[in-house]
Design a protein around this ligand. Structure first.
Ligand code: TRP
Length: 453
């Protein structure tokens, strides 16, 4: 039987989990969803959703994972043996494969645009030619299929290397580089003409646009962005050592993830307005707007190539976290070797990826079923399980483990000290009484009103 991996350090865990959280969701999905949903108002609701709803679920998932030291199926089973709760874990394992399959399509776009950038094909692109370049690109079926194969193979390769030498090392090197390049782009973007107009659209909440749909989209985006609802953070938490501080780690992850999404918006909206492009331009937004900016800026060839390389890498640190969930399940519960599990499950994801690459409609349905519905159901059950079945009191003891609240050797004192901790009490109340209500609202929106995000 294979030995279970562990993160090398708290910092390694924070970067790997941030690597999972930070991905296409931040740099591709967040800006175009914000653009389609009225800009500033969406951004404001998103920030509220992260802090009040998604962060508490993140903390719940990580503590459940570390406490049990298991994949999602094993985690539910070890707390409520013989019950149906493990079905939530199975749903997560299946959702991981399915989300990977359509995530790989968009990730394939980043691979394709990286090659376009490096080979100079984007050097002369303008706001007139960019949309056509993009639509020709996505309608080339052979190319699209090739790109998802490349991307899924990369994902399999890293996951098969294991937790600390694959996922952790890769994330540790790449995430900081991504941050630096985004800062360079930010400076460029803020100095473009009409930048102020873009900032206004992005930052000024126009409350008259308020609607149920925008609120649902913002909540959904918050969950997706923090990789919640399918056990990714349970699995990543299971590789965390007992001596590390869960609460502060979770806060850092949410902070990094939100900052990168916010930064992406700060880059993209000024760029859109400087080129007179449409902020509600849909999923092609980032691929159409940024190349135009690169083509016009000094050193644009280098920055463009670097940007798409890093976007691809951000997608990879997320896709490996999707594959890691079913892989950890197959290793823990089915005694597969890591290599065999990665190849087999990655292969299944590839089979489902091909129809998504070839048909917009198929991809839309996959996103609706797995990306919206299944993730929301998963998040709801994870929250309810931790709050009411495992019980938040027990989760609090796990949270206190590794924090400075555990200086007290005797358990009675330990209990007392976390009970006094304001953040922990706030977390408990939110998870029990606020989070489930809001996730139910999302579900109602998805199921009964057909809202998609
Ligand atoms: N959060 C990632 C992003 O923003 C995507 C992701 C990785 C994800 N693992 C997940 C989304 C698990 C939902 C569930 O791109």
């Amino acid at each position: 039987m294979e030995k279970r991996g562990k993160w090398g350090s708290k910092f390694g865990f924070i970067l790997a989990a941030s690597g999972s959280a930070i991905g296409l969701g931040n740099i591709w999905r967040f800006p175009y969803t914000a653009g389609e949903n009225g800009g500033g108002l969406f951004v404001m609701l998103y920030l509220i959703a992260i802090v009040c709803i998604a962060l508490p679920v993140l903390i719940a998932a990580v503590s459940l994972g570390r406490h049990t030291g298991k994949n999602p199926v094993g985690a539910f089973e070890s707390i409520k043996p013989g019950s149906n709760w493990k079905l939530v874990g199975y749903l997560g394992v299946g959702t991981g494969v399915m989300i990977l399959s359509f995530y790989a399509v968009i990730a394939g776009w980043t691979v394709g645009y990286f090659f376009k950038a490096v080979t100079g094909q984007l050097n002369n692109i303008t706001n007139k030619t960019a949309p056509e370049t993009f639509s020709n690109f996505i309608s080339d079926s052979y190319l699209q299929t090739g790109l998802i194969i490349v991307f899924i193979l990369l994902t399999i390769f890293i996951v098969s290397k294991g937790v600390s030498s694959g996922i952790e090392v890769f994330s540790k090197v790449m995430m900081p580089i991504l941050f630096v390049i985004l800062i360079v782009l930010l400076i460029r973007s803020l100095t473009l003409k009409n930048a102020a107009e873009g900032l206004k659209y992005y930052l000024e909440p126009d409350t008259s646009k308020m609607s149920f749909k925008i609120a649902i989209a913002a909540l959904g985006q918050a969950f997706f962005s923090l990789s919640l609802g399918m056990g990714t953070m349970i699995t990543y938490g299971s590789y965390l050592k007992k001596k590390e501080d869960l609460l502060s780690s979770s806060l850092w992850i949410a902070f990094f993830d939100t900052s990168i999404a916010f930064l992406a918006g700060l880059i993209i909206f000024p760029a859109i307005f400087s080129q007179n492009m449409d902020p509600a331009g849909g999923p092609g937004l980032v691929f159409q707007v940024l190349p135009v900016i690169f083509a016009k800026m000094p050193g644009g060839y280098v920055f463009g190539s670097l940007f798409f390389a890093l976007l691809m890498i951000a997608a990879l640190t997320s896709s490996i976290s999707m594959l890691e969930v079913p892989v950890s399940f197959a290793i823990d519960e089915k005694k597969f070797s890591r290599k065999k599990a990665s190849i087999l499950i990655g292969g299944i994801a590839l089979i489902f990826a091909i129809p998504s690459a070839l048909s917009d409609n198929f991809l839309g349905i996959m996103n609706y079923v797995w990306g919206n519905l299944s993730l929301s159901i998963g998040a709801l059950f994870i929250a309810i399980f931790v709050a009411y079945i495992w019980k938040s009191e027990n989760a609090l003891i796990e949270l206190a483990e590794g924090s400075n609240l555990l200086e007290y050797p005797d358990a009675g004192e330990r209990f007392f000290s976390y009970k006094k901790n304001r953040k922990m009490v706030l977390w408990k109340i939110t998870l029990k009484y606020i989070v489930p209500v809001f996730i139910l609202v999302i579900l109602i929106g998805i199921v009964f009103l057909g809202i998609e995000f």
